[in-house]
Design a protein around this ligand. Structure first.
Ligand code: ATP
Ligand code: MG
Length: 223
């Protein structure tokens, strides 16, 4: 078992009282799965992903990555674990604007052993993989939304993560580009066995998911 969440809850304390964003979620993700987490705005998807990815502390319950409980890991080690074992793709790409596609992809490799030439070669290989072999020297502003998102996907894959988390990764894309990105996820999942956990409210994702998990009001619905 790769990822195990047990009875996860998250309560945000606000000036207007507590908000129960996640209310007792238990979820198992096996290595090689492509899990889509679907549900309406405000149902708790981002909050749940944040806890699964170790950057949001649960109010209750546990998350284990390969048996290791994230909450037990000291903060600096957790940052390291995230950087080396997990990949993240967000809505809006978060690419650095003054770096080329290849430089953006190579960023997470900076902490790893290897020469700059090796890192560059790896970045080119990843951009090739996402169909952007001809765009390595382009800056983000010189690329379309779909291309930028594919650069972000290549960057998320750079460290060979155990899990890639996506939060609304196609939110700014048109339907054709959304399908292209989903095809890419499906291919990486099939060919490399890459594990994905992706949150969305786009019903298009249902066609691509290995497992489709629906969420409402902080809870998972029965399959
Ligand atoms: N930092 C916060 N403080 C207080 N309440 C929060 C905070 N973050 C999220 N919430 C609340 O928690 C609930 C779940 O939010 P969350 O962002 O997880 O939903 P979501 O499913 O990702 O929605 P969307 O599809 O719009 O991104 C919402 O009611 C939201 O208002
Ligand atoms: Mg969200």
């Amino acid at each position: 078992m790769l990822l195990e969440a047990d009875d996860l809850t998250k309560i945000y304390v606000t000036g207007y009282g507590p908000v129960e964003a996640v209310r007792g979620v238990t979820l198992r993700v096996n290595a090689g799965e492509f899990v889509v987490l679907a549900g309406p705005s405000g149902c708790g998807k981002t909050t749940l992903l944040g806890m699964l990815g170790g950057f949001e502390t649960p109010s209750g319950g546990t998350v284990r990555l390969q048996g290791q409980e994230l909450n037990q890991i000291p903060p600096h080690e957790l940052v390291r674990l995230r950087r080396t074992h997990l990949g993240f793709i967000f809505q809006g790409f978060h690419l650095l604007q003054n770096l080329t596609a290849a430089e953006n992809v190579a960023l997470p490799l900076a902490m790893r052993p290897g020469t700059p030439a090796q890192r560059e070669a790896r970045a080119h290989e990843l951009l090739e993989l996402v169909g952007l072999g001809g765009r390595t020297r382009h800056f983000p502003y010189q690329m379309s939304g779909g291309e930028q998102q594919r650069v972000a996907i290549a960057r998320a894959l750079a460290n060979g993560p155990k899990v890639v988390f996506g939060d609304e990764p196609t939110a700014n894309l048109d339907e054709d580009t959304t399908r292209a990105v989903l095809d890419l996820f499906a291919r990486l999942n099939r060919e490399l066995g890459q594990t994905f956990v992706v949150a969305t409210h786009d019903p298009l994702f249902a066609d691509y998911a290995g497992r489709y998990v629906r969420m409402r009001d902080g809870r998972l619905l029965a399959p």
